[in-house]
Design a protein around this ligand. Sequence first.
Ligand SMILES: CCCCCCCCCC/C=C\CCCCCCCC(=O)SCCNC(=O)CCNC(=O)[C@H](O)C(C)(C)COP(=O)(O)OP(=O)(O)OC[C@H]1O[C@@H](n2cnc3c(N)ncnc32)[C@H](O)[C@@H]1OP(=O)(O)O
Ligand SMILES: Cc1cc2nc3c(=O)[nH]c(=O)nc-3n(C[C@H](O)[C@H](O)[C@H](O)COP(=O)(O)OP(=O)(O)OC[C@H]3O[C@@H](n4cnc5c(N)ncnc54)[C@H](O)[C@@H]3O)c2cc1C
Length: 654
Amino acid sequence: MSAHLNAALREGDNPELTEERRKATFDTRKLADEFFGSHLARRRREIAKAIDAIPELHDTKPLPFMTREEKVEEAARKVFTLSKHITDIVDLSNNRETQSLNEMVIGIEGMPISLHFAMFIPALQGQADDEQKREWLDRAIRMEIIGTYAQTELGHGTNLRMLETTATYDKQNKEFILNSPTLTSLKWWPGNMGKSCNYAIVVANLIIDDKLLGPHSFMVQLRDENSHETMPNIQIGDIGPKMAYNSSDNGFLKLSNLRIPRRNMLMKHAKVQEDGTYKKPPHEKLAYSAMVHVRSHMITQHAMLLAYALSISTRYSCIRRQGYIDPKKDEVKVIEYQTQQHRLFPHIARAYAFAFAGTESIRKFEIMKRSLEAGNIELIADLHALTSGLKAVVTYLAGQGIEQARQACGGHGYSMASYMGEIYGVGIAGCTYEGENLVMMQQLGRYLIKAVKSVKEGKKPTGYVAYLAHAGQRHSLIDCRPNEGYAEHIRAFEHIARRQTFRAAERLQKYENSGLSTEQAWNNCTVELNRASRLHTRLFIACNFYERVLDVEDMAVREVLEDLLHLHLNYELIDIASYALEAKKIRPNAVSLVDSWEITDREHRSVLGRRDGHVYENLFKWAKSSDLNQNDVLPSHKKHLLPMMLNARKQSKL
Ligand SMILES: CCCCCCCCCC/C=C\CCCCCCCC(=O)SCCNC(=O)CCNC(=O)[C@H](O)C(C)(C)COP(=O)(O)OP(=O)(O)OC[C@H]1O[C@@H](n2cnc3c(N)ncnc32)[C@H](O)[C@@H]1OP(=O)(O)O
Ligand SMILES: Cc1cc2nc3c(=O)[nH]c(=O)nc-3n(C[C@H](O)[C@H](O)[C@H](O)COP(=O)(O)OP(=O)(O)OC[C@H]3O[C@@H](n4cnc5c(N)ncnc54)[C@H](O)[C@@H]3O)c2cc1C
């Protein structure tokens, strides 16, 4: 491809990176159109340009140099500034546009209205009836109120049925009385609940006439809308610093006989009438809709976190020279080492595969939402199974990829100048929030076991589990002939996933037949079941990648995506680094593959990943700007260490 077509080439860049960009065999803008979808790719460029023109939206100093209070304040300042411009910059109803704006301006460390957009609004959209939407949703969208989603408790998060917060209906006053009866029932973790929010959707166990009716959602006002002071009968605060996400004020909440009107229970599906008559929802798990919404959006978000880490380390690997391959020649760029390529390229392939899978999970969510609006609950189970598996596999593998990308930067990767520490901390939080990964795997496991049962009954499951009905078709890697095409790889993949799912199902059956209770038998098989879920999900990701590549029209882009697909399928199948052949093919395009993610320097917040490749001079600038360098001798040193040493010296002279 002729060099002038490469959109990432600029005058004055580090020549090491320019040399890489000149090798590109495709147009990075066209690949960006595939990665994000052409609409979002264009909008991201427009959003980045709009932000460039508003200096108040730029970082005042690098986030790693800020204290927690400064970070919280910086995020609040930016949210306030954004609120004046936001509707000129993005379409607020478009989650991915709004999310891109958030990542570019505020970054990944959290901000005071993350949960407001991620869960409070989606929960209202999914669970409030029309009258309730008129009362709260419009105000929430205009950001007159800020809300969060308060479900997890100090003692329980995963097992929702054991939540201890209660909402007892008082027929006489037509009110619910909310209580946190024990220490372990305190709400714990909800994002932005500590300091920022004035409302929360609180998930509590509904009790009517002493009858426990399970978790339901209630609108609770936490703080006065004018003074922002905590409301009576409520105790609230921040839970303290975390591994990452420290711009966010995750909080605790204690409710003591708090009375709220009957109509504060979200009543689109389940309803409580004035006389206390309870009407069940059409599907028991509709109250979990906000979680499914986030899970379906987490996949693209984690693909992006992986892309951040890989573009930092791939660019850096092309300006970092260390050691020799031929001792008679100059030191080489570390990207030339076979091990470096094996460390990075399979994860680059995964970042593309995850982004495509994420686009598909969002599409499926939208389809389910529309069909639910038409009164059809059939797609809920399929979507729950799909998003449970994807959420667990992608967050875990993205975490692994980010950590490999950090290690690929050597010592400088450990400095926060690389920003890898924060990307990793934020990435792996996804393994825990929205359902602990190994637990979510079991949710998919239940679905797979049902599919196996239906196959055994002679039925033919459709959709993502259709391949389970092809039992008996043996196909191992050894049957794969070179150049037989990707379909062969997919069939081998299907064989492995199917074999594992049947193995888990047979083991479960064996334990059940042996007289164990269903639950005990299940627990004895969960390692096998989770393996099946993992393989099923990785198969889904691979198939989706394959189908996606078939749709690409631009031949140069299609060719490089096929190289990545080939690498992905081999890597996934063999579960070890790919063959040298694929590595060699990817090598010339490595920088352009990451340039195609079009991550701006502002968004990256990484000295190592700078687009212009001028890393070393900027690392030195970074070091000079450290707070600790503002004084030659630190005040704390004068206070503690110096007296200690002086004292020690005095003692030795005595
Ligand atoms: C100005 C600038 C603007 C910028 C805006 C920016 C936008 C912001 C972006 C912010 C970005 C990032 C934010 C990050 C957000 C992080 C948020 C984190 C929030 C949270 O973590 S909230 C809490 C989440 N908690 C959980 O996930 C709990 C996990 N547990 C469960 O989900 C459940 O307990 C369970 C494990 C699923 C088990 O449930 P249960 O015991 O009820 O059910 P069973 O296991 O017995 O199964 C019975 C039956 O039900 C089916 N089922 C279960 N769940 C569902 C479901 N959700 N949908 C459908 N069906 C479900 C299950 O499959 C069984 O079916 P079967 O009987 O087998 O047929
Ligand atoms: C950054 C962050 C943000 C969060 N934001 C929010 C928020 O906004 N709102 C909110 O309500 N919550 C929030 N949470 C809480 C989060 O949703 C929970 O922590 C999460 O769902 C995991 O639940 P847990 O902490 O109870 O884990 P636990 O269930 O205690 O997990 C501990 C271990 O037990 C295992 N385990 C548990 N149950 C089973 C089982 N049935 N079978 C096998 N193994 C099992 C798990 O696999 C894990 O290894 C947040 C958490 C984090 C980290």
